[in-house]
Design a protein around this ligand. Sequence first.
Ligand SMILES: NC(=O)c1ccc[n+]([C@@H]2O[C@H](COP(=O)([O-])OP(=O)(O)OC[C@H]3O[C@@H](n4cnc5c(N)ncnc54)[C@H](O)[C@@H]3O)[C@@H](O)[C@H]2O)c1
Length: 437
Amino acid sequence: MLVDEQRSPDLSVEPARGPVAVLGLGYVGLPVVLASVESGLEVIGFDIDTGRVAALEIGHSPVDSLSDKSLDKALATGRVSFTSDPRSLAAARTYVICVPTPLRDKLPDLSMVTEAVDLVARVLSPDDLVSLESTTYPGTTEDLVAQRIEAVSSLVPGRDYSLVFSPERIDPGNQEYRLENTPKIVGGVTDQCTAAGAAFYRRLTNHVVPVSSPREAEMAKLLENTFRNVNIALVNELVVFCRELGIDLYEVIRAAATKPFGFMPFYPGPGVGGHCIPIDPAYISWRVRQLGSSFRFVELATEINDRMPNYVALRVAEMLNSVRKSLNGSSVLLIGVSYKPDVSDVRESSAFPLARQLMRSGAVVSWHDPLVPEFVVDGTPVPAVKTLAAETLDNVDLAVVHTDHSCLDLEALIRHVPLVLDTRGTLRGRAFNIQGL
Ligand SMILES: NC(=O)c1ccc[n+]([C@@H]2O[C@H](COP(=O)([O-])OP(=O)(O)OC[C@H]3O[C@@H](n4cnc5c(N)ncnc54)[C@H](O)[C@@H]3O)[C@@H](O)[C@H]2O)c1
């Protein structure tokens, strides 16, 4: 149930509590640090990675979605400090946990959340606020977080302190929607907890969306990312059939998207990547399996998306075959190896299984990506092509546009590489040597 922010008196009276400690200074935590500083709060940025903390202290941003300039601006206020010393956390009144929630052996790995919660539990005082932002399965906040905090500190949420789940919705590389103009969902263990969480987040964002418990907030995040995963799988499956039927799927999507209601365009690609889309659905799927059921939509979508890198490798082989070349021994250049355009993040990028598959088949693989410093597949660094020019492209038999960063100039590629497989539809119709998925 959505709580009506306007009609709930509790939600407007709670003061925001500072200083704020942000645990986990990555793609999610750092924007929270900067927004909190901007709102006038004192901030302690905590991370177990001492190298990351040292870089932040001298104004070097470790994530590409956050500039050194904005970090410098925050440092200049004198209201932010970065540390790996857990004792510094004791000065905070609000704790925001933004640590990774990966998979281990395809199962949720909450070990980093547990470690961060234990650090908070040791210094938590009555009336403090704790917010978990890491994506996780429903029940984590009320079961794991509340119980660990109580075990260490004897503090009970709703009675002694406030505990909320507030999912981060950051979209790295998105210039339009940032933390401050993306509505923030807040679900507290009690209404008073929600009020405390809402009071804090109202300082950082234009719009807070309170929900009735952490479970609704946890599930909302999983629904958002599962929705994306399933719809990407739909067009990924369709692109294969459209090719066989001789239909241009991009034109189909463009036409369908003219419907002003009930349709949202999604586009095919070489697979899904990043920290969220391939991982989060596994969290809900795991939770549903504990009920004795399977979340078939999620499992099917994962299967289809996971097949895409192999399909791309198959298309590469087909294209080479059409000019009487075999994949074995051909030189294949991957353009863009991060998981999506305009970010340097290679986590879970489909470029890894694609490169692996091509190399297994005997292709000589190289890569070009101005945003990514290195591309190491199964412990082996793949040779980089630093610039796209006639001389560097001379021996390339086929190039795969894997990630279409806006900074890429692909003119030399189109002119000098005999075959180009464009997995993103970015070069459609540009030249006879270009094919799509
Ligand atoms: N990246 C995104 O676009 C995005 C979007 C929405 C939600 N999320 C979720 O947010 C969470 C964080 O993701 P991220 O992309 O910011 O990760 P990240 O890897 O960019 O940053 C996480 C940071 O946490 C630190 N860390 C690990 N254990 C710690 C501990 N015990 N105490 C303090 N710091 C610790 C790591 O050193 C790292 O610097 C994940 O649950 C993720 O699913 C990510």
